[in-house]
Design a protein around this ligand. Structure first.
Ligand code: SAM
Ligand code: DTB
Ligand code: SF4
Length: 421
């Protein structure tokens, strides 16, 4: 359990900021994530190489895949409205979503979608409660994979200039976890720039030590180490791991344009092993990779039709890293982010939805819309993995202004049943 004195300190920080909200300054920067306006209000521009300007299916693109209806057909619109109503009214999580149903939800008028997601959110969660998770990169850089968004791949090192480091010590990781806990975070997530855990017996033993230490601090422990096998999953479970993060990143179709060194199915196999070991699955995606809105629908379809919904669904907005193939990408439209969050909330009502990478560039007002539409977790602290993160002070001030409160640890029953441990 968390030491009472430290718990008191952390809650004072967040509660204190809440009660004196008016005294805190407005956010100083607002980096617009939205690209420039479409040339006409009917411009449904979207492509695999640029940002989605308006998230409406273009008949050519989507009908070619036999999925999305031309938006002007009244009978299709009536069907979409019926699907939407049924989805919103569902009493509990379901895993049999079709892509057609997900499209019908995703392309609803945005404010209606956000509003309905908000009502679903209130049925399954305490509104305004947001989980605070702090990340630590326990092994930086030197990764053999070719994920085209990632600062840590060796093959982009000349361009990124990121130096690889050895695995952090157990002591330094636990010192960082303690600091995170004292600042109010209830989950600590340790990331390593590895393809997989093969031949890393000693590292796994140290990571098990880190997990035990994080749990002794009263925090939920999460790791993201690449692909793992059944035995490694079992060892992590034995150490007390709460959740394993392994993102599918995008749709099955678009995935090979982003990563070639490991397959979509390998990712799903790792998720299966994590689930079978009794560890909560944290799996989400990245927006702004040059995907189309149908790829975002595909991402949502993959995660919402897993045998059990992930306990946590991180929505990352690409942070373009200079020197990587996606270093000059156009930012994803905020409306696409909001649609993804709101649709995820309706499809996976009990899941924790996390605003992950890219939050640093989002105004408070945009974040607030995401919280309204069902997001209920953030990464907070000094750093993400290689990029900056919104700090605890900044976030606690935001919580004060918007009446948000930190979620307690171990307070959720995961969507598949059982206890979050
Ligand atoms: N190496 C492990 C793996 O790939 O599973 C763990 C770490 S990896 C950096 C964790 C996730 O962070 C990726 O799957 C991706 O979704 C996200 N990510 C990495 N770089 C990002 C970036 N530049 N912008 C947004 N999200 C990013
Ligand atoms: C996730 O979905 N996002 C986090 C966490 N899981 C490991 C990582 C984001 C990384 C952002 C880019 C960076 O800092 O290098
Ligand atoms: Fe390696 Fe993970 Fe980065 Fe891919 S996302 S290059 S696997 S650290």
């Amino acid at each position: 359990m968390r030491a009472p004195a430290a718990a008191g300190l952390a809650s004072l920080r967040w509660a204190g900021r809440r009660s004196t909200a008016a005294a805190f300054r407005a956010p100083s920067t607002t980096t617009a994530l939205s690209p420039s306006s479409p040339s006409s209000p009917f411009d449904h521009g979207q492509s695999r190489t640029g940002a989605t300007l308006v998230d409406t299916p273009t008949a050519a693109h989507d009908v070619a895949r036999g999925e999305a209806p031309p938006p002007e057909s009244p009978s299709r619109q009536a069907e979409a409205s019926r699907i939407f109503r049924d989805a919103v009214a569902a009493a509990g999580p379901r895993q049999d979503w079709t892509r057609r149903e997900i499209s019908a939800i995703y392309y609803q008028p945005l404010l209606e979608l956000a509003h309905q997601a908000s009502t679903v959110h209130r049925r399954f969660h305490s509104p305004g409660e947001v989980q605070l998770c702090t990340l630590m990169n326990i092994k930086t850089g030197g990764c053999t994979e070719d994920c085209s968004y990632c600062a840590q791949a060796t093959r982009y090192q000349k361009g990124t200039g990121l130096e690889a480091r050895r695995v952090e010590t157990v002591e330094s990781v636990l010192a960082a976890a303690r600091k995170a806990r004292d600042n109010g975070s209830t989950r600590f997530c340790m990331g390593a720039a590895w393809r997989d855990m093969r031949g890393r017996k000693n590292s796994l033993r140290n990571i098990a030590e880190m997990i035990r230490g994080v749990r002794e601090l009263g925090m939920e422990a999460c790791v993201t180490l690449g692909m793992i096998d059944d035995d490694q999953a079992r060892q992590l479970k034995e150490a007390g791991l709460t959740a394993y993060n392994h993102n599918v990143d995008t749709s099955r179709e678009f995935y090979p344009s982003v990563i070639t060194t490991r397959s979509y199915d390998e990712r799903l196999q790792t998720l299966g092993r994590v689930r079978d070991a009794g560890i909560n699955v944290c799996s989400g995606g990245i927006l702004g990779l040059g995907e189309s809105s149908e790829d975002r629908v595909g991402l949502l379809h993959t995660v919402s039709t897993l045998p059990a919904h992930p306990e946590s669904f991180p929505v990352n907005a690409l942070v373009p890293i200079k020197g990587t193939p996606l270093g000059d990408s156009t930012p994803v439209a905020f409306t696409s982010m909001l649609r993804t969050v709101a649709t995820a909330r309706i499809l996976m009502p009990a899941t924790i939805i996390r605003i992950a990478a890219g939050r640093k560039g989002m105004s408070e007002e945009k974040q607030a819309l995401c919280f309204m539409a069902g997001a209920n977790a953030i990464f907070t602290g000094e750093k993400m993995l290689t990029t900056d993160c919104n700090g605890w002070d900044e976030d606690s001030a935001m919580f004060g202004r918007w009446g948000l409160s930190p979620m307690k640890s171990f307070d959720k029953t995961p969507p598949g049943g059982g206890q979050v441990r």
